[in-house]
Design a protein around this ligand. Structure first.
Ligand code: PMP
Length: 777
């Protein structure tokens, strides 16, 4: 039996034994012949001409599933003139016959009425009205089944279009490399554009397999529907998607043909725009599942032709359909409905670029050679105005996934009730502070809530200055801590970068970037960590003033996705504390479980900072940030008498959102996901090092990774142009990443934490493809 509970082996008894069995169980006699198709079905023709089909039950077809099939057929039979295979009870009144045959085999099966008609696939050329009739019938059955329920319907199986990507692992069995890529693209489209949204759509029991062998025709009209074996509770739209997929598979204009079916379905059962939107990606998902299943089955029995009847046709359809943008496909399929699935397209990229010139200063640049017009986000995906999905590999703000429904609902709910400021009492503030502090060491329990990472770092500096009475700070080479005036003065990434004019303030002291790949301690492991830590000590001793503190990201993001060698923060913190300074961990990019093994990245280095700064992921895109510190530092700040107040910081809506983010991290086990998927991605990228000389280093923890490109592995000459090329090529392949680092030669990867193994396998394949292609000129 395969993992989804369907036996792929035939367990049919021989004809003679079966004949005797049916005579005893049902009192019928007649001639027997085996029917073509996926299952073990036998046609029985009585001398008087009555026909039946005996369907041998697969071992996985438990009695409750057979009952589901029986009840669904009955519900339809009493409500419509569409012919369906009603089950005939045994002489004992049972739905199934069971027994041991004289030849020793055991049998379990059900006897159903034969349904007349020619399968759609054999009915010849399509006549006017035929497609409309199909749409009408699919809608009719959907309407009937919308009030039908059965506990056994809540199941899945290999043809479950609500979970078609469960067949994705069979793709590796497809021999042709181009076809593998094609079907992977189909799965990407299915997951991003359909699967992500299915939970929000109407659900009901569906037949589940309106394929062109199960739909029976007579004189150009749909008269029967066979095989309720795939019946299950599903998004209702899946039924239409399956019917359309098979009915138009061989058409030269499949979407035009599909539109006729959809229009008449819509007349009978009005579609929602969001159902229309998923229709095309569902069709692609069905085709992908079909060709992947065929690949799996070929391994089992290549001679069983019934398994492969759709295979080549499905490949041809996929090849054609995947050239079409989802928005165009939805428009075409829905052309007879009056619905607009993509009403949010707005102005074109070109128009927007022109408009930006009028009002948005050019100091704010737009990403990519070909800028992207994004119209929505969900999970790990962003969607452009053509409906095409992009795998977002570097937005660490939308931490638990773009527009996570729980986070959105929490914010909306609270916004409806109350949004005020922290000078009033409300449960949300203290509940959230308590919950946030529970993730931190016992010494860090005092919170300040603000609205951006820059603001939080500003406050961290004020806290450190007030507590120590000193002014000077140490900061790491390549670091970025925010866009406010003080933060720009403090951030070497800015003052040493494009447009910067070097260090402007004498209270800022730069210490070396603890880079284990480059620099004087290259490849020295923990020794490098201690040595870099001691460099912090050396800078401190070179100063003629005491320091207020040391600000450092626990992993260095803008510096080039650098993972400091073990021992670095421990050594550096010891020097800073000995000099009377406080240690500030900027966790704006790296906190909230991203590193996979811990909730906070500073825990990787076994240190406890005096101040932790949080931002970006804390509100999943809602402007929110926090500073958490020790009681002593908080009290020093209070003692001055100057009040702390941030108008928006810690407001009830922010607290509700922050709480929802923490809930989702816990409930969706995103820390574990970061570790598992991140390690898989790092290993996959690492596996490319031997193949592509330009990859100098692959590093990372959890879902915080960097791929450093070099022109020469001995001199480590940085390859920024090559990195830019890879990022632009990834964008063309619908994967969004960026470059980072002092030399701009590091590809940064820090995706939403919901990214999956299938996503990262695709990323590795695409990076490999890009690096195997022409290099930038
Ligand atoms: N600290 C770090 C490490 C950051 O990466 C950033 C933003 N990129 C900030 C602080 C500033 O955060 P914000 O943009 O929310 O002000």
């Amino acid at each position: 039996m395969d993992p989804q509970g369907e036996s792929l082996e035939s367990n049919a008894p021989d004809g003679d034994s079966l004949r005797r069995h049916l005579s005893t169980e049902y009192g019928i006699e007649g001639t027997f012949s085996r029917l073509a198709g996926e299952n073990d079905n036998f046609l029985i023709v009585e001398p008087a001409g009555r026909r039946f089909v005996y369907k041998v039950s697969d071992p996985s077809r438990t009695s409750d599933i057979v009952d589901l099939e029986h009840q669904a057929v009955e519900a339809i039979a009493v409500a419509t003139n569409l012919e369906v295979p009603r089950i005939l009870l045994t002489l004992q009144g049972a739905i199934e016959s069971t027994g041991t045959l004289p030849d020793g085999t055991s049998v379990r099966g059900r006897l159903v009425q034969f349904v007349d008609g020619s399968p759609w696939c054999e009915a010849g050329s399509v006549v006017p009205g035929q497609r409309a009739d199909l749409g009408r019938r699919v809608a009719e059955i959907a309407t009937i089944l919308s009030s039908f329920s059965h506990p056994a319907a809540h199941r899945t199986h290999r043809w479950d279009l609500g979970e078609a990507d469960h067949q994705r692992h069979h793709v590796s069995l497809i021999e042709d490399a181009e076809r593998r890529l094609l079907v992977q693209r189909a799965y990407n489209l299915y997951v991003a554009c359909a699967r992500m949204f299915l939970d929000e759509l109407p659900h009901s029991v569906i037949h589940g397999d309106w394929n062109d062998e199960n739909v029976l025709m007579s004189e150009g009209r749909v008269v029967g529907l066979l095989d309720f074996g795939d019946c299950l509770y599903n998004p209702t739209i899946c039924e239409l998607a399956i019917a359309v997929t098979y009915a138009v598979m061989d058409e030269s204009d499949p979407l035009g043909a599909g539109a006729e079916i959809v229009a008449s379905y819509h007349q009978q059962r009005p579609l929602l725009a969001k159902e229309l939107k998923v229709l095309f990606p569902l069709m692609c998902g069905r085709l992908a599942a079909s060709v992947s299943t065929a690949a799996e089955r070929r391994r089992i029995d290549p001679g069983r032709s019934a398994w492969f009847v759709h295979e080549e046709r499905a490949w041809r359809a996929l090849d054609y359909l995947l050239q079409i943008d989802p928005a165009d496909a939805a428009r075409e399929l829905g052309s007879g409905t009056g619905l607009e699935a993509y009403a949010d397209r707005g102005a074109s990229s070109r128009e927007l670029l022109e408009k930006r010139r009028l009002h948005i200063p050019t100091s704010l640049s737009v990403s990519y050679e070909e800028p992207l017009k994004i119209t929505r986000g969900r999970g790990q995906y962003l969607y452009d105005d053509r409906g095409q999905p992009y795998l977002d590999l570097y937005n660490n703000v939308c931490h638990v996934g773009h527009c996570h429904p729980r986070v959105v609902a929490a914010g909306a709910r609270q916004m409806e009730v109350l949004n005020t400021n922290t000078r009033y009492l409300y449960d949300g503030l203290t509940d959230y502070a308590e919950r946030l502090c529970a993730t931190l060491p016992d010494t860090l329990q005092h919170c300040f809530f603000v609205t951006s990472g820059s603001e939080a770092n500003e406050l961290a500096l004020r806290l450190a200055k007030t507590h120590t009475g000193h002014e000077d700070f140490l900061v790491v080479e390549g670091a970025y801590h925010g866009h406010t005036t003080t933060m720009i003065d403090l951030s070497p990434y800015k003052f040493m970068g494009k447009g910067g004019s070097g260090r402007a303030k004498d209270w800022v002291h730069v210490v070396p970037l603890a880079d284990g790949y480059r620099g004087p301690y290259k490849g020295q492991g923990r020794d490098a960590g201690v040595a870099y830590g001691n460099e912090v000590g050396q800078v401190i001793s070179s100063l003629d003033r005491p320091i207020a503190g040391f600000i450092c990201e626990s992993l260095l993001s803008c510096g080039g996705q650098v993972i400091p060698p073990e021992g670095y923060l421990e050594t550096a913190f010891a020097h800073v504390r000995r000099a009377g300074g406080v240690c500030i961990a900027d966790e704006v990019q790296v906190g909230f479980s991203r590193v996979g093994t811990h909730f906070w990245a500073f825990e990787l280095q076994d240190v406890v900072p005096d101040i932790v700064v949080m931002g970006k992921p804390i509100g999943n895109g809602h402007p929110m940030a926090a500073v958490v510190t020790t009681r002593e530092i908080a009290e020093s700040f209070s003692r001055t008498g100057m009040e702390f107040f941030s108008t928006f910081g810690g407001n009830p809506v922010s607290c509700a959102i922050g709480m929802a983010v923490l809930d989702v991290i816990r409930d969706e086990r995103l820390q574990e996901n970061a570790l598992r998927v991140g390690t898989r991605l790092r290993d996959g990228l690492h596996g490319l090092i031997d193949k592509h000389d330009v990859i100098g280093d692959v590093r990372g923890v959890g879902l915080f990774l960097g791929v450093e490109l070099v022109r020469d592995r001995a001199t480590l000459e940085p390859a920024p142009r090559e990195a830019e090329h890879v990022v632009n090529e990834l964008r063309r392949r619908q994967i969004l990443a960026g470059t980072e680092g002092i030399y701009g030669n590091v590809i940064k990867i820090k995706p939403p934490m919901v990214v999956t193994e299938a996503d990262v396998d695709w990323v590795v394949a695409m990076v490999d493809e890009i690096l195997s292609g022409p290099s930038p000129s």
